[in-house]
Design a protein around this ligand. Structure first.
Ligand code: IPD
Ligand code: CA
Ligand code: CA
Length: 266
């Protein structure tokens, strides 16, 4: 199915307004977080609350009303296939651990896929009042300011984001950090993989690597990084792989070779 500019623009506009709306709703919960009941999912570090479910529900309803033929994958409520060729991939709150613990590093992440590729990527970080937005061929922006990566930034002269969850062993994570440090790099983890991918697009980080993440964590960030002039590892989308985990890696031009070697990816 061919990507039509008007169809893309209509979804890009909706994604931006839903990131703002979802972000405002999440921020209301964040400001009243003492009243939230925190539940755990896979383990004690994997948390969720009504805020995550409510934000996803709002975005799902709005998308279904505007584009009833589009597919939708959300972290909290799963996958519903569509017939239009477009699929929305949404993490209502990425960085739920910082969110429930009162830290500002969380965001609403919205991507739209076409032909398996993220063609829209919008990330809203309400505590920082930042909206990152990109669409295929249209470039990436932060609060409407164009983003363009600087190729003089490398693993050695900038910071790399590293993420980890209980899908991978402590030894694997320790080995990644060890090898990054031996390359002359350094690492940071703020608790939101999606936001750190947006930071790669903004040139704040030179790359982001996490050995196992889901499509809702990375697709919006991938579109942003690509449109800012960076590279990302392809996330598998064929069959049911869209709902499964995969390695996530994105990098600025001057760090791509080093980070591919670090992750053992091509
Ligand atoms: C998590 C965050 C975290 C990353 C985890 C993700 P959540 O998403 O992005 O930084 O290390 O792998 O699952 O649970 O906050 O939506
Ligand atoms: Ca997430
Ligand atoms: Ca989430």
């Amino acid at each position: 199915m061919l990507l039509q500019q008007t169809e893309l623009e209509a979804r890009f506009n909706l994604a931006r307004s839903l990131a703002e709306e979802g972000g405002a709703l999440a921020l209301e919960y964040f400001n009243r977080r003492d009243a939230l009941v925190i539940e755990t999912k896979r383990d004690l570090q994997d948390v969720v609350s009504i805020a995550d479910r409510d934000v996803e529900k709002r975005i799902r309803e709005r998308v279904a009303a505007a584009f009833p033929g589009d597919g939708f994958l959300g972290e909290e409520d799963g996958y519903k296939a569509g017939a239009s060729g477009y699929t929305w991939v949404v993490d209502p709150i990425d960085g739920t651990a910082p969110f429930v613990n009162g830290m500002p590093n969380w965001c609403v992440s919205i991507a739209v896929l076409h032909g398996g590729e993220p063609v829209v990527g919008v990330i809203k970080a309400p505590c920082h009042d930042e909206l990152y937005a990109a669409s295929a061929g249209g470039g990436a922006t932060l609060n409407d300011r164009p983003l363009r990566l600087d190729s003089s930034r490398t693993v050695q002269n900038a910071m790399t984001g590293i993420g980890a969850n209980s899908h991978v062993t402590p030894e694997t994570v320790a080995d990644i950090v060890n090898r990054l440090l031996h390359m002359g790099g350094n690492f940071i983890r703020n608790g939101s993989g999606a936001l750190m991918l947006a930071y790669v697009a903004a040139g704040r980080l030179v790359g982001y690597y996490e050995p196992y993440m889901h499509a809702w964590d990375c697709m919006a960030g991938y579109c942003l990084v690509k449109e800012a002039g960076g590279w990302h590892h392809a996330f598998p989308t064929a069959g049911d792989s869209l709902t499964k985990g995969a390695p996530v890696l994105a990098a600025a031009p001057g760090a791509t070779a080093d980070l591919k070697a670090l992750a053992g990816l091509s």
